[in-house]
Design a protein around this ligand. Structure first.
Ligand code: HEC
Ligand SMILES: [Cu+2]
Length: 352
């Protein structure tokens, strides 16, 4: 059965059926409302199917532990003294004083039914979220690499193909398809508040899709250990109303506005020379692909794969010495002078 966007397939239904779940859910929901990696309360269409499963299987597992513990305690307290008397020669007679085997059959039967039920629920949920309910509004290629995400918006129209990095804008309420590729090792693409994770495996293209139900900024994270800076391989999904998304897209598609002379131009020339081998800024001679596309750097909320807020001080610190901020990162600490740094930063600040 495909996922229908408007059904309220929320936890509340499950909560009605399993009162035990209500308390922890609301307590947790309150406590985690602002937690960026929170996945127990979903804002995505996919999560509508997955989150009830998470809570449901969690509740069943807790119930199993509780029931078994109770049975063990009851069994211990109700232990009856064996009716038989040991013969004087100390040998035990080979006989069972009471039945009890039937309990094993009941236990195995109940467990089998419950486990099969859990398996069926899991399998149908996986089938429901395998494909988006409607044709994806967008296809975005993600190339994961140590330790950032290259992002390319696909389009049949070559003038609408867009390269950016780490911060992905999507229209709210529409399914977006992701083609996941890796340039080096195995990574995993995960935006907990919107949906499940998908591994990103070298030499193979994995597909994923997400649909944000509410506008917002959703934190994502590489979820497969991929080396020294794995923990600093974050990403951000900005879900916004379609018109805002279109405005963002139009701005991103434009090349950088460059100056012909003056200090900004000097900064641009320094940038092309020192940084252009790894970074691209469309509209300049910088065409590198080893690092993030910086054409609209200042439109992003964070830098270095959601590691630092994108503010001038952090930006300066990053350019001057990325290796102290993110040791091992594929951007070397370059030997640049103070005035050169100031000029380059002055140029970068124009990349709105
Ligand atoms: C050898 C290649 C290389 C050179 C040279 C290089 N960078 Fe980078 N840069 C990278 C890589 C790789 C990253 C991604 C690092 C990460 O997040 O792990 C990066 C990240 C950045 C970011 C953060 C972008 C974002 O959106 O997260 C900025 C800003 C940046 N570099 C500016 C510069 C400037 C300015 C220079 C020149 C002074 C420069 N880089 C030189 C490879 C390079
Ligand atoms: Cu990783």
């Amino acid at each position: 059965m495909p996922l229908r966007p408007r059904t309220r397939w929320t936890m509340d239904r499950i909560a009605l059926a399993a009162p035990a779940v209500v308390l922890p859910r609301h307590a947790l929901a309150a406590g985690l409302a602002d937690a960026p990696m929170n996945y127990v309360v979903t804002h995505g269409l996919q999560g509508r199917a997955v989150t009830p499963l998470l809570w449901g299987l969690g509740a069943i597992s807790v119930a199993v532990v509780v029931i078994i513990s109770l049975l063990v305690v009851v069994g211990t307290l109700r232990r009856r003294a064996p009716r038989m008397h040991l013969p004087s020669d100390g040998q035990m007679p080979v006989e069972r004083p009471e039945g009890g085997l039937s309990w094993i059959a009941i236990g195995v039967g109940v467990s089998t039914v419950v486990l099969l039920g859990m398996m069926g629920w899991t399998a149908t949920t996986m089938a429901r979220i395998a494909r988006p309910p409607t044709q994806p509004a967008l296809t975005i290629d993600i190339r994961a690499q140590q330790w950032w995400w290259a992002v390319r918006y696909e389009s049949g129209d070559p003038t609408r193909i867009l390269d950016t990095a780490n911060e992905i804008h999507i229209p709210v309420g529409k399914p977006v398809e992701f083609k996941l590729e890796s340039r080096d090792v195995i990574h995993s693409f995960w935006v907990p508040a919107l949906g499940g994770k998908t591994d990103v495996i070298p030499g193979q293209t994995n597909m994923a899709w997400l649909q944000a139900e509410r506008p917002g900024v959703y934190r994502g994270q590489c979820a497969e250990y991929c080396g020294q800076q794995h923990g600093h391989m974050g990403l951000v999904i900005v879900a916004e109303p379609p018109d805002q998304f279109e405005a963002w897209m139009a701005n991103q598609l434009a090349s950088a506005k460059t100056a012909d002379n003056g200090p900004v131009r000097a900064g641009q020339d320094d940038f092309v020379q020192r940084c252009g081998i790894c970074h691209a800024v469309r509209g300049t001679l910088a065409h590198g692909v080893l690092g993030p596309d910086l054409t609209h750097l200042m439109s992003r909320g964070s830098i270095a794969a959601a590691t630092l807020p994108n503010r001038v001080a952090y930006l300066s610190g990053w350019i001057a010495n990325p290796q102290t901020i993110k040791p091992g990162a594929r951007m070397p600490t370059l030997d640049i002078s103070g005035p050169e740094l100031a000029r380059i930063r002055g140029f970068l600040e124009t990349l709105k």
